[in-house]
Design a protein around this ligand. Structure first.
Ligand code: ZN
Length: 176
């Protein structure tokens, strides 16, 4: 499977697996998030690599649904499954440890995984700005923005366009 068939199959698979899930605001369908990543990559980052776009659409299926890496590999190939594996947190670990590992691992990721990560961080900051979780006090929101910026520092040198988009999102929060 290549290009458009691969991308559409990935979008459909992700929509099916995330079908019962909502984003943190509890209202937005979860699939809006992977679709946002694909849009950011293609239309703001100029990315044309179908493996990156497919991996972006699938990036939360292993972390947040019953989907296994082997299943992704069988359906979408080892490269796509590998990119998803690189951006999947180990949910067996405590949250703080996972957050620290994202910072530690960012610089060592493959270029394709770095693109997906960059788009993920951009999409999450946009969601935070547009629809902040009601139970997040300002301090928690600011902490999330600062942590995202630390992760992205390890991803730099990957896409000047996406890094500029990310920086503009961070600037919009007006942190001291
Ligand atoms: Zn995500």
């Amino acid at each position: 499977m290549t290009d458009l068939p691969l991308i559409i199959a990935a979008a459909h698979f992700a929509a099916d697996r995330h079908r019962d899930q909502r984003r943190r605001d509890t209202v937005t369908p979860f699939i809006n998030h992977p679709l946002a990543l694909a849009d950011i990559l293609v239309n703001e980052g100029g990315v044309r690599d179908p493996l990156v776009i497919a991996a972006a659409l699938l990036h939360d299926t292993v972390e947040d649904t019953e989907t296994t890496p082997a299943e992704l590999e069988a359906r979408f190939g080892a490269e796509v499954a590998g990119i998803v594996a690189e951006v999947t947190d180990d949910k067996a670990l405590p949250k703080q440890e996972r957050k620290a590992l994202q910072i530690a691992h960012a610089a060592h990721a493959s270029p394709r995984a770095k693109l997906v990560k960059l788009a993920d961080k951009i999409a999450n900051l946009r969601d935070l700005a547009a629809r902040p979780p009601l139970d997040w006090p300002q301090e928690r929101r600011d902490g999330y923005v600062r942590w995202s910026a630390e992760v992205v520092n390890g991803l730099r040198g990957t896409s000047a366009a996406l890094e500029a988009v990310f920086d503009a999102e961070v600037a919009g929060f007006g942190l001291a």
